[in-house]
Each structure stands twice: as C-alpha cells, then as structure tokens.
Design a protein around this ligand. Structure first.
Ligand SMILES: [Mn+2]
Length: 484
C-alpha cells in the first residue's frame, strides 16, 4: 500500500493542477497565484506577486464571475481523497467558521454575521480529513460550503419558522456528510466527527441511512424510546457508573476575541491534566416533532466523559457523545473519546487561515472574490498546519514534504549550512526562525510561521533574480573559484 505521506512530498501547487476553469490562460493564472500564495501565505496579494500586471490578473481572476470556489478547490479535494484512500480509514471533521471583515469599504454580497453590532462577513462549513495515527496527520479538505446571510433587519436566530425553510442553514451538516460519503464510496472508510452543533436528528438519521460511522457530541436532552420509554437522555446517562478512568491533557482555551455567546458556552480554561471517568450505554432516541427524517427512532451508542473532581474554580469537563462505534470495553470507549478529541485539528486549520494566512485582512471587494480566495488558501492553510504538526509531534517526514528544493537551498545558504536541511521538522523550525521565532520561546506559532514563509519568499524573489542575472547557486561553487 502506498504511504499517504508520499503524496505530501508534492508542492501545494499540485493541489490545483487540474482545476477546470474553462480556459487555459485562467488555469495558468491560478497556478501562478497558488505558487505565490504558498510561498508567502501571510503576505498581502501585492507583496505576493512580481508585477502590477500580475496583481491586476490576480484580482481579475478572483473576481471573475465564471470562476467558482468549488472549481478551484476540486483538485485539492481529489488529492485529499487519494491520500485518505492510501490511509484506509480516516476521520472527517466537520465544522463551521465565521470570517469577519472590518473596515468601511462595502463588500458586495458580504452579509451580517452577528447580532446588532454591525459586523459583516460570511460563513464556511469545512470537512477536513485527518489520519487516525498518533500524529493526527492532516490530509486536507474533502468538503466545502460557504454562504452569507441576506441583508435584513431581522433577528438572525428566529428558530421554529426556519424549520420548514428548504434553504435553512442547518441543512449544511447532513448535505455535506452526504457529499463526502458520495466521494469516498468504495474507496475508504471514514468516521464523521462534529461538535454539539451537529446534534440534529436529521443528521443522525441521514448517517444511519448511509450506514456511516460517526462521533457527534450531544447537545439536546432527547426523549428516549424502547425500554427507556419517556426517560430523558441526560438524566439517564448522568446516572451511569464509571467503567474506566484516565488522565488526559486538556488544551488551554483563552477568551481571546471569541464572541460573548461562545465564551458563555465554553468558558475559558487553562491547559491542565484532567482525570476523566467514562461510561457507555446504548439508547434509542425518539423522533422529535420538528424533524424531517422518516425514521421514528434511532439506536445509537452513548459515551459519557466527565471529570468527577475538577480543580477549584475550573469548569468540569463533560462530553456526551453519540457514536456508531462499539463501546463494550474501556479500550473501545477511550477510542471514541480519542476520536472526538481529534476535532481540535479543524479549529487549528481555521487558525491557520485566519492568523497564518491573514484571510480576514484580504482587500477583496466581493463575497465571490473572497470565496475564491478562501478556496485558494484552504490548501495552503493545510500545508501550514502540516508544518506545525511536524514540529509539534516530531513527525518523521523529509524536508521536501514541506518546502521546495530551491527553498531548502535558500535556507541552507542563509543559515550557512553545509548541506540542506533533511527533515521537515528542521525545515519548519528554520522557516519559523526566519519569522523571528526564538527556540527558547517554545514551539513556533502561526504568526512566526506566517512571517517566516513571507521572509522566505522575499529571499526567493532575490534568489531567482540573481539566478536569472547569471549567478550560480552557492552550493555549486567551490572555495577556490568563488571570488571572480
Ligand atoms: Mn462548531
């Protein structure tokens, strides 16, 4: 079986190689933009490109009404599926993020995003494949949907009357699962993972109809059927006695610039070790009145994870998870918990786009152009996430999985190395060092990585200019003839 990592050896521009934009010139332009953006994901478009004419071309392509984000992203999705196929089984993490664009300049088609504070932007629902290995190796995007809300002076969350709307936003969860399943059919097996937003009866019914695998965090206190008739889910699972316990590491969750509702739902916490208890239980849930699915009831396994004794003042961990996976032994239960905990990888992808690629600072004038730009940056953000994973998890990947041979040559020259960096980890750390990262400050974050990539491209521009002017690469020179 070919290693899925072998495919990581290709440059990110390969991800766009077969984009069908209906016109050879457009495809060539896209290829240029991707190469430029991959070299400097944090740079503004003006810094990425070599000339004003090229910049003009970037804006024209992104704004072209005949070019869609789906077309741009299709080859990357196909490449992701090939990597996943080589892996055999993978996790598909689904989540929605909000992109907010400040500034006075109106942007066509960009709509309201939050209550009354006048913020504007759009939403992206992304399905992201990761391997089930120890490193959670990110494989890439395998589903994508974006939308903006219409400009209306009405509350954004009027529920109830939205239930019958055939374009309701909540449909994205099941539609994208159906899309992904259609793409993976017969190629490999995947487990769909969502947070509490994915706890929708129709989603569970759809997954069951497709006979797919899933781990979904429960949000609603559902009515149970079967021998638990008239019992409520939460009451029932909170009465379970633990069948196992274990110490796990929790990531820090700072308040940052998270909106009020988010902070209320998930209070800030510092990184700590938590001793969790687990229990499992099979339940049959009843179809709620408002559901669209035909199934009157759905049988699922439930896993409850909780922290019986949280430290003083810290909110206790509690996850109640629906799953298709077996939960008969503590090992099986912990495997489900582990699968759910992989969900943070998609949050990291969103950080790579927002912080690493500075997506919300893009000066594009319409929702259409921003969507196209997002389709361009998603695969680049995946590469940056891979770079960070390589550093944090000490993954054994060759340097060429991250950087081109020319970029590695430049780093060797810059840091006066006798041979180019061999491992992806050393290459990623060298890029971060270019971005101002100091090793004693711990592992590099998005900003130093982003700045490092930007510095690297500036050096590459100079390097290529020098080569074009007839200079020979230093590696080819020897000491005796170096001075002429
Ligand atoms: Mn979410």
């Amino acid at each position: 079986m070919p290693s899925p990592r072998a495919d990581l050896l290709k440059g990110v521009e390969v991800e766009f190689a077969n984009a069908d934009l209906g016109d050879v010139r457009r495809s060539r332009r896209l290829d240029q933009i991707v190469r430029a953006a991959a070299r400097a994901p944090d740079a503004g478009f003006p810094q990425m490109v070599a000339s004003d004419a090229e910049l003009e071309g970037v804006y024209r392509l992104l704004s072209n009404e005949d070019v869609s984000a789906e077309e741009i992203l299709t080859p990357h999705i196909e490449a992701t599926l090939s990597r996943a196929e080589a892996a055999g089984t993978c996790l598909v993490l689904h989540d929605t993020t909000t992109f907010i664009f400040s500034g006075d300049a109106p942007r066509r088609g960009v709509g309201p995003v939050r209550g009354k504070d006048g913020q504007r932007g759009f939403f992206a629902h992304v399905s992201f494949a990761v391997m089930r290995d120890r490193d959670r190796t990110p494989l890439g995007v395998c589903g994508f949907h974006r939308w903006s809300r219409p400009n209306r002076d009405e509350p954004l969350h009027k529920s109830g009357d939205r239930q019958s709307d055939p374009t309701r936003e909540s449909l994205r969860w099941e539609q994208q699962i159906v899309d992904v399943e259609r793409r993976v059919a017969g190629r490999f097996s995947c487990i769909h993972v969502t947070d509490r937003e994915g706890d929708i009866y129709d989603v569970l019914a759809t997954i069951q109809r497709l006979d797919s695998r899933f781990v979904i965090r429960a949000h609603h206190d559902r009515l149970l059927a079967g021998h638990d008739e008239d019992a409520r889910l939460m009451e029932r699972v909170r009465a379970l006695v633990p069948t196992g316990s274990k110490a796990i590491e929790l990531n820090a969750r700072p308040d940052g610039d998270r909106p009020f509702m988010q902070r209320k739902k998930h209070p800030a916490r510092r990184a700590r070790t938590a001793t969790i208890a687990v229990a499992s239980y099979p339940v049959v849930i009843k179809r709620p009145q408002a559901a669209h699915a035909d199934a009157d009831e759905i049988g699922v396994n439930i896993v409850r994870v909780w922290e019986p004794a949280p430290p003083n003042g810290e909110p206790a961990v509690e996850w109640i998870l629906y799953t298709s996976e077996p939960v008969d032994t503590p090992e099986q239960i912990f495997a489900v918990v582990d699968t759910y905990r992989c969900r943070w990888v998609i949050e990291e992808l969103f950080k790579a786009i927002k912080t690493g690629c500075a997506f919300e600072r893009r000066q594009l004038e319409s929702f259409h152009a921003l969507s196209n730009a997002l389709a361009l940056f998603l695969p680049i953000a995946w590469k940056m996430l891979l770079a960070r994973t390589v550093v944090r998890r000490d993954m054994a990947l060759p340097a060429t999985a991250l950087l081109t041979p020319a970029q590695l040559q430049i780093l060797a020259f810059k840091f006066e190395l006798s041979t180019p960096l061999a491992t992806a980890r050393d290459a990623a750390l060298a890029v971060a060092k270019l971005g101002g990262h100091l090793r004693r400050n711990g592992l590099p974050g998005w900003q130093t990585l982003g700045r490092g990539f930007e510095a690297l491209v500036l050096m590459q521009v100079g390097w290529q200019a020098a080569l074009a002017a007839g200079a020979r690469p230093p590696a080819a020179q020897d000491a005796t003839e170096g001075c002429d």
